[in-house]
Design a protein around this ligand. Structure first.
Ligand code: HPA
Ligand code: MG
Length: 220
């Protein structure tokens, strides 16, 4: 597999406690279920705007197929494509983007399950010969991304790049799988901005750390 070189990223240190909840607004029904605001929504947006610029600089003037990894990637994908569009309007270069979706599931509670389930859009033959940008909200153990990359490569795209909004620092992370990284974060379970815990918290704008209470309440 091709070696990837990441452009730069915001590194959040292990001892970052996040912001006190009272400093921001959030849905009140989650009051006891989150511990802190880890990355405020505004910072997420500003960082995505920069990632869009990197992507434009690298692949501008060509067409790309954005492959959005659902469900967690829907917000990141939508905001990233929006920024790419805005950049295209204010420059002479326009990156034509087509958005496709793939749905994966590998988590139960806060644990990664062994197997990768591709639910929906298994046949990706439309990727043949295309520049593909995989858009994933979080690269955790790297197992899912590795399996997905292998699957995508079988359809013989011209090029594959990976954008991950969050990349976790986990023990023995394999090789670098992500070309565009928003934030490198400690190995903690985060929710919000479309990231879920058993389908909850997708309606939270900020990226937050779930509390023990939240884990218990929504456990299945
Ligand atoms: N939060 C939500 N979903 C996830 C995470 C996480 O920290 N890691 C992998 N999937
Ligand atoms: Mg999930």
């Amino acid at each position: 597999m091709e070696q990837r070189t990441t452009k730069g990223k915001i590194v959040i240190k292990d001892d970052w406690p996040g912001y006190n909840l009272e400093l921001f607004t959030y849905p009140q029904h989650y009051h006891d279920d989150i511990e802190s605001v880890y990355i405020p929504h505004g910072v997420v947006m500003d960082r995505i705007e920069r990632l869009a610029r990197h992507i434009m600089d690298d692949v501008g003037d060509e067409d790309i197929v954005v492959l959005c990894v659902l469900k967690g990637g829907f917000k990141f994908c939508s905001d990233l494509v929006e920024f790419i569009k805005i950049l295209g309007r204010s420059s002479s270069r326009y990156l034509e983007t087509r958005v496709e979706f793939i749905r994966l599931k590998s988590y139960l509670n806060d644990q990664s399950t062994e197997d990768l389930h591709i639910i929906g859009s298994r046949d990706l033959s439309f990727l043949r010969g295309k520049n593909v940008l995989i858009v994933e909200a979080i690269v955790d153990t790297g197992k899912t991304m590795k399996a997905l990359l292998k699957h995508v490569e079988t359809f013989q795209p011209k090029m594959v790049k990976v954008a991950g909004l969050l990349v976790k620092r986990v023990p023995n992370m394999p090789e670098n799988l992500t070309d565009y990284v928003g934030f490198e974060i400690p190995n903690r379970f985060v929710v919000g901005y479309a990231l879920d815990y058993n389908e909850y918290f997708r309606d939270l704008n900020h990226i937050c750390v779930i509390s023990e209470m939240g884990k218990m309440k929504y456990k299945i």
